[in-house]
Write a protein that binds this ligand. Structure first.
Ligand code: PEP
Ligand code: MN
Length: 264
């Protein structure tokens, strides 16, 4: 049975984002090396200043095919912490299981997210929720890779049942056999239905994984802000062409800054 009206803490009280909307999370798809994450964060800070409060970067990567770069793993958490010390940015990464949650809590990561291939797996979500019991870290939940409201809300319920109160949504589109341009179907209806079900939750928009290519990102962002999304989670890399994952959809920090200017 679906639980509406979760007991949550408003995003403005998380102590994570600057006061002004749209709230912004930016950073590379993956942490690749100490140099790559430090240089990307430094350029983001230089280009975006106080508009950016949170750096995203995947430490553990779920790749569709075997043989690709699967992330550096927990070894790269200290690199993120160093970047936080040097830039003042809060740090945010993806967790896939309870062990990842424990590693993030031990390291002192500021916020975590659950990805589109994990949200639809109730066993993994429960493992994550169990590991979060008693912790106060904010958790963003991406929509499941398929257009399924029940699995998305079920994931929230599992977290809420373990006492997670700082909850947010990230919409990243859904797989489609018919979508011609984008990597994922924007599935605006899914986000709208979820927002109607949980109006108290902040909902961010991830144009990067919908677009699949940087050229489509500006128009998607404009549409999302017009539709009332609270913020954006965007991939940015200091050398996108050399990225080890999602190279075609990552903006340089300078291009991200121009995009944000154009959205004003
Ligand atoms: C990511 O944010 O890099 C990622 C893997 O996203 P998603 O779970 O939306 O595919
Ligand atoms: Mn990615």
């Amino acid at each position: 049975m679906m639980m509406a009206g979760l007991k949550t803490v408003p995003l403005a009280d998380w102590g994570i984002f600057p006061a002004d909307k749209p709230w912004l999370i930016a950073g590379p798809c993956s942490v690749e090396s100490e140099l790559q994450i430090a240089e990307t964060a430094r350029q983001l800070k230089a280009s975006l200043g106080d508009r950016l409060g949170v750096l995203r970067a995947g430490v553990w990567k779920l790749r569709t095919h075997p043989g690709g770069f699967e992330g550096v793993g927990a070894e790269s958490l200290p690199w993120l912490l160093r970047v936080r010390r040097e830039t003042g940015l809060k740090i945010c990464t993806e967790v896939i299981c309870g062990d990842h949650v424990r590693a993030c809590l031990d390291a002192g990561v500021d916020m975590i997210w659950i990805g589109a291939r994990t949200t639809p797996n109730p066993y993994l979500v429960q493992d994550i929720a169990d590991a979060l019991q008693g912790a106060d870290i904010p958790v963003l939940v991406k929509n499941p890779i398929g257009n399924d409201l029940e699995l998305w809300s079920g994931a929230l319920e599992r977290l809420a049942c373990r006492g997670v109160r700082k909850l947010g949504l990230v919409h990243r589109g859904v797989s489609s056999l018919t979508e011609k341009h984008f990597r994922n179907d924007p599935a605006w209806d899914l986000a709208a239905r979820m927002h109607a079900l949980y109006p108290e939750l902040p909902i961010l928009f991830d144009p990067s994984h919908i677009a699949g290519m940087t050229a489509y990102i500006p128009a998607l962002c404009r549409q999302a802000l017009d539709k009332g999304f609270d913020g954006l989670m965007i991939e940015s890399h200091y050398r996108p062409a050399e990225a080890l994952s999602d190279a075609a959809q990552q903006l340089t920090p300078a291009d991200l800054s121009s995009l944000l200017e154009s959205l004003k």
